[in-house]
Unconditional design. Sequence first.
Length: 131
Amino acid sequence: MKRLVLLLTTLTIVMSPSLAKADKAIDGEVIHSASFVGESNHEVSGGVQIIKKGDVQYLVLQEDFKFDGAPDPKLGFTLSDEFVEESLFSGLNHDEGQQVYRLPADFDSSKYDEITIWCHKFSVPLAEAKY
């Protein structure tokens, strides 16, 4: 029974949403750093970083992050001003403040040149941060 509980706990942690709890910045190697600019008449500002710690990469929205809100905002990536739909990895959980998201294990930042907040409902960019 203890093994079953341990297995279920492990599966729950592994399959949890990509938002990681963070009361402070993630220590690790900063791979990219940029600032958001609003798109599609949205006001968005604040810094964002991709940080690597060990074998895990995180997308970190900085404490100064502010987003004016929109329906169905998602996080993903763009290459040469073309949003890559397959790059979507998480919904945006808060409209402001520091947030830490774990990136997929196979994520390769060299395939993209911008972090994008994407409105999935209307298929338009809400903000971009070019790195």
